[in-house]
Ligand binder design. Structure first.
Ligand code: GTR
Length: 384
């Protein structure tokens, strides 16, 4: 009987998927089945969802800000970018049971600013020439000059400083410094280590002169986009969380997803998520969570999701759907989340609500067009 029931449930889910209407877990219903109807009840429900994503997917960081972490401004250089910006090279150092570690943070602060500037922090998962602090090499992946020209500070770090992007059984990077052995099935993976690094970068940014600690945006592309979402989901200092082409394990709904799926991502990148996430290989429809709830963890703060037309591997439709499915949590606060119900056409950004979205023509990439949309959205919603 129960067998028949589960087949029936599966068929229902499949037919929903085929109709493009996937049944999703409701972010506003608690684990005990109680509906959340007031903003005051959201923090407790948020804590439940956060625990699910920690336990089942990204993993538990063994430490928050390490006691004794040192933040050092190694160098301050005025007159960069023809005088438009001051460059600060910042070093963070920490010690844990397994030794020492640290990260470098590159920061450009606009000089022509009356008030402290909002700041875009990029989690860089591309070779470090994309974030050249000398600005001899320029990349649309981090158009620091354009960010400064729009009155924002531009900060970035290289994800490899936290944990190299290869499966080494979690020996190097911050895992080697902080892990207690044996590692549990819920121990943090590599994306959680990068997200932790983004929060440490924010520790440094909030104490920088000329930076408005209330206007910090975290940006990531693809695997960095998944990371940005996990950082923004946990760290309430992030005013605006930006997912660029994050796809599977990021903004895209996993149930019925086209392109990459949970089993495939766990096989190709066994180090990205925790061991428990492998339990959901080919079981997306049974999981007690889906990716719209990762977005919902940021509510009522600002979120932006972007897709590209040729990025079928990420599934742009599934990325957009997640913004719609997360929207009831913003509505709980009397805010609008995603204002469109149908996926906007390419180059028709939807930016009226607290969740922004655009579809860009082209391939899987983070381009200057994407950056300009993020800054347009920040101009509208991140109060000056
Ligand atoms: C792909 C991976 C995606 C995405 C991408 C990237 O190989 O399957 O999930 O993260 O890499 O980071 O560019």
């Amino acid at each position: 009987m129960s067998h028949l029931l589960s087949i029936a449930a599966l068929l229902t889910a499949v037919s929903f998927a085929l109709a493009g209407e996937v049944m999703l877990p409701d972010p506003l219903v608690t684990n005990a089945g109680v509906r959340v109807t007031t903003p005051a009840a959201w923090p407790a429900r948020r804590a439940e969802i956060l625990e699910i994503f920690t336990r089942e997917m990204f993993g538990r960081a063994p430490v928050a800000r390490p006691a004794g972490m040192k933040i050092s401004v190694m160098e301050t250089t005025p007159g960069m970018m023809d005088g438009a910006a001051e460059r600060r090279l910042i070093r963070l150092d920490w010690t844990g049971p397994g030794g020492t570690g640290g990260m470098n943070l590159i920061l450009f602060v606009p000089t022509a600013q009356q008030k402290p500037a909002g700041c875009f922090l990029l989690i860089c998962n591309r070779p470090s020439e994309n974030i050249d602090p000398t600005r001899v090499q320029k990349s649309p992946y981090w158009p620091a000059e354009a960010i400064i020209a729009r009155g924002y500070a531009a900060a970035t770090f290289y994800n490899d400083d936290l944990d190299p992007d290869k499966h080494d059984e979690f020996k190097n990077g911050v895992h080697g410094v902080f892990d207690t052995l044996p590692r549990g099935n819920d121990a943090w993976g590599t994306l959680a280590a990068w997200a932790w690094g983004a929060s440490r970068a924010i520790d440094a940014l909030v104490e920088q002169p000329g930076i408005d600690a209330k206007r910090i945006a975290v940006v990531g592309h693809s695997r960095g986009g998944k990371t940005a979402l996990w950082c923004g989901a946990q760290d309430e200092r992030v005013a605006l969380t930006i997912s660029n082409n994050s796809g599977c394990g990021g903004a895209a709904i996993s149930r019925g997803k086209a392109g990459e799926n949970v089993a495939r991502i766990n096989k190709s990148f066994p180090h990205w998520f925790n061991a428990n996430y492998k339990n959901w290989d080919n079981k997306e429809f049974e999981a007690p969570f889906d990716q719209h709830e990762l977005i919902a963890l940021c509510a009522p703060r600002l979120v932006y999701v972007a897709s590209a037309t040729e990025d079928a591997w990420a599934d742009p439709a599934a990325e957009f759907r997640a913004t719609v499915a997360a929207t009831p949590v913003w509505q709980l606060f009397g805010l609008t989340g995603m204002t469109a119900t149908a996926q906007p056409a390419a180059e028709q950004p939807e930016q009226a609500g607290h969740i922004g979205y655009h579809l860009r023509t082209g391939k899987h990439d983070l381009t200057e067009y994407d950056w300009q949309q993020y800054m347009n959205f920040a101009d509208k919603h991140l109060s000056k």
